[in-house]
Ligand binder design. Structure first.
Ligand SMILES: *Cc1c(COP(=O)(O)O)cnc(C)c1O
Length: 225
């Protein structure tokens, strides 16, 4: 049976996204929504595909690879958005169209290839807490040089998670400024992966191109280990 509440939440978020795009005076074609399906079963992905969703985000390799295999009959695009171990990086590339969480030299090395390529975002840490993942702002220029100089990586742009103690819109404005600097050495890196359930409207106003929205669409995540 179709889950009406799910369809309603999806429609409601899509409406809010469209409103924010209009308020920002932006073109709707420049903003895509990735539905974060982490901790939810493959059946939820299947239902959302039935509602017209194509892009999904996952944050753990083991879970993502199993889920991707379970819906391999569907036309789905996977985005890897969580912290990735270097030794799992090549495996993630097998199903992920885009890796949003490139944040370490070891990961750059692990993903480098002369045979194939993967789309990536460099994740930036705008918090003072190193545990949150992402490249510290001070290290970003060197990191970008490294990514740009590595075969097999196509840098789409920058990704961030707004820090808890900062007004999200100012964090997103900061990422946009950093993106302008990065584009001086990586002109193609124009995309911005930012905006989650609680702050996607602010992200759109600051130029987000890839929204990563979970609970506002899926409902609460089931408990996980
Ligand atoms: C879980 C997660 C999201 C989605 O978070 P919601 O608050 O459920 O929308 C987005 N980005 C990253 C990196 C995540 O880990």
């Amino acid at each position: 049976m179709p889950d009406e509440a799910l369809a309603e939440r999806l429609a409601s978020v899509q409406g809010d996204v469209a409103d924010a795009i209009r308020r920002a005076g932006r073109d709707a074609a420049t903003v895509s929504t990735i539905v974060v399906s982490k901790f939810h079963p493959a059946s939820l992905v299947r239902e959302l595909v039935g509602l017209g969703v194509r892009s999904f985000g996952e944050s753990r390799h083991q879970e993502a690879s199993v889920k991707a295999a379970e819906v391999s009959d569907l036309d789905v695009e996977w985005h890897f958005i969580g912290q990735l171990q270097s030794k799992k990086a090549r495996l993630a590339k097998a199903y992920a169209r885009v890796i949003h969480s490139l944040d370490r030299d070891s990961l750059v090395t692990a993903l480098s290839s002369t045979d194939d390529s993967v789309d990536v975002f460099a994740q930036v840490n705008l918090a003072d807490d190193p545990a949150r993942g992402g490249v510290p702002v001070a290290d970003l220029p060197g990191f970008i040089d490294r990514v740009v100089g590595t075969p097999g990586l196509r840098l789409l742009g920058l990704m961030t998670v707004a820090p808890l103690d900062v007004e999200p819109r100012s964090a997103f404005a900061r990422l946009r400024e950093l993106s302008e600097q990065v584009q001086q050495t990586a002109p193609g890196a124009t995309s911005l992966s930012m905006g989650m359930s609680g702050d996607y409207a602010a992200a759109i106003l600051e130029g987000a191109t890839h929204l990563r929205i979970g609970t506002a669409i899926t409902g609460n995540r089931p408990p996980h280990g």
